[in-house]
Design a binder for this molecule. Structure first.
Ligand SMILES: [Zn+2]
Length: 202
């Protein structure tokens, strides 16, 4: 068991089994307009194959019941931000807490999260709202491609075909591409964000 207040609170509110992260950014267009956006990944396998969905996944045994560790490894595997690092003895990957805080903690020092209860009551998933301020999907996609082409890398790093920013206002991609299908989970979580009225900085 970890000693994080947030993990305790999540458990108290019924969260278990996995996490999802809304990786949010305020996108600035060349004409000066801005748009609140979320980073979605094009899933290669499973029930959401060929759909754009949130960074999310089940808790690993090595997460030891810690939702923050769960978030750190999913962010690292699926969005390629460096929330994990090699341990000093070079034997295993471990959470880089400073980097994780940078993405998950907001200016007041707190995490933003809520629990999503699925309609069949099977899943009670904490949804972390992360700030991906200034992140470029072009740069992240370079790493996505590197990982997908790296034969020596574990398959958990190869579950996403591409990353893209989608508007929180209507769920459409900001690059204007057509025929993007979102997972029903991503659609629901984007709708929730409107209700939460999260304000973004910068
Ligand atoms: Zn924890």
């Amino acid at each position: 068991m970890c000693k994080h207040d947030v993990c305790y609170q999540i458990k108290q509110q019924g969260g278990y089994g996995g996490i999802a992260v809304m990786c949010c950014n305020k996108y600035k267009f060349k004409n000066g307009n801005t748009e609140n956006v979320v980073l979605l990944g094009l899933e290669k396998y499973g029930t959401n194959a060929n759909k754009w969905t949130l960074c999310a996944g089940k808790m690993d045994r090595k997460d030891n019941g810690c939702f923050l560790k769960n978030a750190a490894h999913e962010l690292f595997e699926e969005t390629k931000v460096k929330t994990m690092k090699m341990s000093t003895n070079g034997k295993k990957m471990e959470v880089d807490w400073k980097v994780l805080d940078k993405y998950l903690k907001w200016d007041d020092g707190n995490f933003k999260w809520y629990i999503h209860h699925s309609s069949d009551q099977k899943y009670h998933t904490p949804i972390f709202i992360a700030k991906f301020t200034g992140k470029s999907s072009r740069k992240l996609n370079i790493i996505v491609n590197e990982h997908n082409n790296n034969k020596n890398l574990d398959n958990c790093y190869k579950e996403i075909a591409a990353l893209k920013w989608f508007r929180l206002s209507d769920g459409l991609p900001i690059d204007g591409t057509k025929n993007t299908t979102l997972s029903s989970f991503a659609v629901r979580m984007i709708n929730n964000m409107k209700l939460l009225n999260v304000s973004f900085l910068n």
